[in-house]
Write a protein that binds this ligand. Structure first.
Ligand code: 6CS
Ligand code: FE
Length: 310
């Protein structure tokens, strides 16, 4: 028998945006981090809903990861698979999903202690991968990602019950103010924006190119930005940006010659596994929202390994 959970964060059920206070914690572990983060960094994540750890990976590791990304992004088999999402107009590769399942190097990266220590502290215990992807934001052709909270989609379309997940964006290229870096509204992770509309079947077939549902209206975004402002960190390659599942974020297009490459892992608590989607529709496929393997991630070695495989 399946238990139907109460929908604590309804969205896409009415005609207007509604703002609700978050009822879930942000940092689940009480007390200071054992490793991976300082107490101040944990506090910053709690306050802002995101945190940048600069220079977490070495130049050699970035180079090895970038080589792997290039290999995947030019593989015919990969490009022909349904996990390859192209840009809406140019047809250039925009995102590639499920990468920890098709790449040994990226699987290793997903279990790297430097990421896992942060995820397990913030999420309060064991975690697994809900979604993985490479985002390429190609030079000249990269289109924007409109403002959204990931949690809104993961709740409505994937059935994640609570805000107990986070994204780690491993940055493989340098970020500049002008090549479409991630923008966030610091502190807005404490507000849940219930969005208008109704989810159609197979929404993912268009939403990964251009998201139209689960996006707040102009008045709501104006209100959030008036209250909190906008942050647009521009870290160098090798840095990692961690952000809360309900962080309000988006990014502009990229008409510069400088692409933005990053690898995203979405860590979810093993105590927050997906239920039936709250939209009432069938769940999205596993390559976008894993619902078949909740094995807790264990670090490959007890110490900090090098990702460079020689
Ligand atoms: O669909 C997802 O899971 C992610 N992608 C988009 C474009 N929006 C919501 C979420 O970040
Ligand atoms: Fe997002």
């Amino acid at each position: 028998m399946t238990t139907v959970l109460e929908d604590l964060y309804p969205s896409r059920v009415g005609g207007v945006c509604e703002l609700h206070e978050r009822t879930d914690p942000v940092v689940y572990t009480k007390g200071p981090p054992a490793r991976g983060l300082t107490a101040d960094q944990a506090k910053q994540f709690d306050r802002d809903g995101f945190l940048v750890l600069e220079g977490l990976l070495s130049d050699e590791e970035v180079e090895a990861l970038e080589t792997e990304v290039q290999r995947l992004a030019t593989s015919k088999a990969v490009l022909e698979s349904e996990s390859a999402i192209t840009e809406p107009t140019s047809g250039a590769l925009r995102s590639l999903f499920y990468v920890h399942m098709v790449s040994k190097v990226l699987d290793l990266l997903s279990r790297d202690r430097r990421l896992l220590d942060v995820a397990t502290h913030i999420l309060g215990g064991e975690v697994y991968i809900h979604q993985s992807r490479i985002n390429l934001k190609p030079g000249f052709a990269g289109k924007e990602f409109y403002w959204h909270s990931d949690f809104e989609t993961w709740h409505v379309e994937d059935g994640l019950p609570r805000m107990r997940a986070l994204s780690a964006s491993v940055l493989l290229t340098d970020n500049y103010p002008f090549n479409g870096p991630l923008m966030l509204i610091p502190g807005a992770h404490r507000t849940y924006v219930a969005c208008p509309g109704e989810t159609p079947a197979d929404n993912y077939k268009t939403s990964l190119r251009r998201q139209d549902l689960g996006v707040p209206d102009d008045a709501t975004l104006t209100r959030l930005v008036e209250e909190h402002g906008i942050a647009a960190p521009i870290p160098k390659a090798g840095s990692v940006l961690f952000f809360d599942s309900n962080a309000m974020h988006g990014s502009n297009g990229n008409i510069t010659p400088y692409p933005r490459h990053n690898v995203f892992f979405v860590y979810n608590s093993v105590e927050n596994t997906p239920q039936d989607p709250f939209s009432g529709l069938p769940p999205r496929p596993d390559f976008i929202a894993n619902r078949s393997d909740f094995t807790p991630l264990a670090p490959e070695t007890p110490d900090y390994p090098s990702l460079v495989i020689s």
